[in-house]
Design a protein around this ligand. Structure first.
Ligand SMILES: Cc1cc2nc3c(=O)[nH]c(=O)nc-3n(C[C@H](O)[C@H](O)[C@H](O)COP(=O)(O)OP(=O)(O)OC[C@H]3O[C@@H](n4cnc5c(N)ncnc54)[C@H](O)[C@@H]3O)c2cc1C
Ligand code: FES
Length: 391
């Protein structure tokens, strides 16, 4: 990663937003668009990224009453790193605020706030040297396998394109599930990859609502189908790294299956776009929830460090507010993106006190052990809590 002033002590880049111009909007399917943002030269280092990472987009959009509200959503970058641009692909989610707006209204020339890239859905095999070709391993033989569904293809296509181009000893198998052929995002680009790397890139389209010649590739991927796929089409013991991206249930099923086949969890990277729990409602969770603090009431005292500056905020004990919600009251620049426990942008280290975390789909076990928490999911359990966003 190119070092910038925004890089934290742990090597993570501080999530910052800049307004970028939309250079192109390209329709991929009836329900998905690819959006290219132009990155000016002076911001090149801020938008350097490793394939597999995402950006958050921020825009004020009108609600049903016509009142403007900030809407913030994450989108994986869908192309190999190229200077001067960042590309994402947005699939319309039925009834979804941002994806519907983007599919219907977004056009070249518009300006949107785009967060600097973040995320840990990246290869551990030095195949993705953050735009630094020097650090890419161009020799070692590697076999990578990805299982993606729907818009889950976006980070995967960026990874596949990069590693296949970087190293001619790489083999990449992609199992890609969609409802029907007309829903397949990047259909042509995937076919091009097959033409370019006929012996190194294998593409297995699974269509859940259309019949393909092979019954294995038709219908929903259930436990039985997955087990056959993973033992006939793919040989798990030859795979160096797995990339899973799609609905929660599919990702979970593949992880479980790989576990039962003896695949080391350390070889498996996964990215979730939602927690898949309809009971959780809107992804904002309770971010932006107005909480009135009675200074004389029963409050938690939360202190936090962000960009070297220290702030304090009180959170009423009866409100079960998240640390992030409280922190945003005094520092609107506290980093977050999904607010649903899946992206990891809101990560901070607990320095004093303790929290209870509702969900965690983003932090690795070693991060938890070292005291890191997702502040969008964390509620204080001690009267005083001190966290550090810079750690
Ligand atoms: C790391 C990451 C990467 C991602 N990458 C991509 C990507 O590359 N491409 C992509 O298309 N998406 C991606 N996503 C998903 C994306 O961020 C959005 O979640 C998605 O586009 C839906 O946003 P929306 O505003 O359209 O829908 P929302 O308005 O957030 O609604 C989401 C769903 O909830 C339902 N809903 C709305 N209101 C309510 C309510 N009050 N109660 C219950 N349910 C409700 C909607 O009908 C809809 O189905 C990614 C997410 C993450 C976390
Ligand atoms: S903001 Fe995404 S995990 Fe907290």
């Amino acid at each position: 990663m190119t070092a910038t002033a925004e890089t934290t002590t742990a090597g993570r880049r501080r999530a910052t937003f800049h307004e970028l111009e939309v250079a192109e909007v390209r329709r991929l399917t009836a329900d998905a668009v690819e959006v290219t943002f132009a990155v000016p030269e002076d911001l090149a280092a801020d938008y350097d990224y490793a394939p597999g990472q995402y950006v958050a987009l921020r825009k004020d959009l009108p609600d049903a009453e016509g009142n403007l509200h900030e809407v913030r959503r994450s989108y994986s970058i869908c192309a190999e790193p190229r200077p001067g641009e960042v590309k994402v692909a947005i699939k319309r989610d039925l009834g979804g605020v941002f994806s519907t707006w983007a599919n219907e209204n977004l056009q070249a020339g518009d300006r949107i706030e785009v967060m600097s890239p973040a995320g840990a859905f990246i290869s551990k095999h030095r195949m993705t040297g953050m735009n630094d070709p020097e650090s890419i391993d161009t020799d070692t033989e590697h076999t990578f396998v990805a299982v993606a569904a729907g818009s889950g293809i976006t980070p995967v296509i960026a990874i596949a394109r990069t590693v296949l181009a970087a190293n001619e000893n790489v083999r990449f198998d992609l199992v890609y599930s969609n409802k029907a052929a007309m829903d397949v995002m990047f259909l042509e680009e995937l076919a091009d990859l097959k033409d370019r790397y006929p012996s190194r890139f294998a593409l297995h389209h699974v269509l859940t609502r259309e019949q393909r010649i092979s019954p294995l590739l038709s219908g929903r991927i259930d436990h039985e189908k997955l087990s056959t796929l993973l033992t006939t089409v793919i040989q798990p013991d030859t795979v160096d790294e797995w990339f899973l991206c799609g609905p929660f249930e599919l990702v979970q099923m593949v992880r479980d299956e790989l576990g039962s086949l003896g695949v080391d969890a350390d070889k498996v990277r996964f990215e979730l776009f939602t927690t898949g729990d309809p009971g959780k409602g809107r992804p904002e969770g309770n971010i932006g929830r107005p909480v009135v603090v009675d200074e004389k009431g029963e409050n938690f005292d939360i202190a936090f460090t962000l960009d070297g500056l220290q702030n304090e905020v009180k959170s009423p004990k009866g409100q079960r507010e998240t640390v992030l919600n409280a922190a945003l009251r005094v520092r609107p620049d506290v980093p977050f993106a999904c607010a649903g426990g899946v992206c990891g942008t809101c990560r901070a280290k607990v320095v004093e006190g303790s929290v209870e975390m509702d969900e965690n789909y983003a932090l690795e076990p070693d991060e938890i052990e070292n005291g890191y928490v997702l502040t969008c999911q964390s509620h204080p359990t001690t009267d005083k809590l001190v966290v550090n966003f810079d750690a």
